[in-house]
Design a binder for this molecule. Sequence first.
Ligand code: SF4
Length: 379
Amino acid sequence: MKKEDVLKTLHEISMDPFPYLESKREKGFKIIGSPLADVPSELIHAAGLMPVTILGTNRPIVKAGGHLPDNACSLSRSNLELVLNYQPRSFDGFVFPQVCDTTQHLSDIWKMTISSEFFASFLIPRQVDRPSARHWFYAETRRLKEQLEAYTGNPFGREALEESFSLYNEARRLLRKIYGIKRKNPAALSNRQLFDLIRAFCYMDPRDLIPMLETMTENLPKEKAEDENVRVVLSGIVVEPSQLLDILDELGVSIVGDDLTVGTRMIAYDVPEAEDPLEALTARHFDKSPFSPIRDVGTRLYDHLLGLFETTGADGIIFFHIKFCESQDYDLPDLKHIMRERRIPMIVLDTEYQSVTKAQTKTRLEAFIESLYGERENG
Ligand code: SF4
């Protein structure tokens, strides 16, 4: 496959993974979906199942509104709509993570509303600095393994787990390599193309993805190139609608880093080697960077973002706020205050899955990027 064909295929899968997932099903795989975030895909994969991160839909909300209040976050509404209305037969089961109040309620609604062969909730500790958090995560991981084994009827052990760890680690390593190439040479691939690859990682079996990523890494230019674009760091959970990345490409912006859950946080943390594979999954979880509903000390989200801004030499920060995400709502006042105090240019964009062509968002982005170019000229 040529590099251009890989990019086209992965773009198509990132926009609509269901034909690919159907082909996996025809090969005998059961499709297990999980909304964001932090369900260990490796565990589901080691059970001989096909784990998929559910990333919502940009199509209109028709049915989900009847099950969720109007002020439920756009991500939850969009996920429920996708499974209830647009892809009701594409999943065989679900592992549902509870990371915030919304996902806690949605988990029950999901279980009652959507019929599937398998449903497991995965309760993730939100305050990760408590000593009990580690024990809790380990116990949840073990409980999930037992539930998967009961579903498939096939107990699985260290060998299967280590094989899955190594496949996912390899896919993540290649994605980090491609991100690194783009940082050195922003023209090597567009912002949209980079994030298409990360979305594809959420949807694909690493056995299928790895050869494609190898083709990419072999054929991308490796040399450093001058970059005239303004450099930004993206922050938040997910960039939705993903067409916003096309706008950043049109405006001459280079993404030099991010703390996005569907971004660096998804690809940066490998499963380490350990005597006990479930302990390895637990250790990886606690290595991860903070995400709005999951953190230790209160300032860690801001400290991490400030560090990213400084180490990447970015000109500004674009924060993507998902409409009605209450976890982000709690973070934003402090985050804005800190950035203002330090005179770091930051824009907060309110995003919604169903607003694909929001002219106002584009206008605000244009004005922000222009101001970054202006600041650069003025030294
Ligand atoms: S963290 Fe925010 S976006 Fe994610 S499910 Fe909870 S409220 Fe929604």
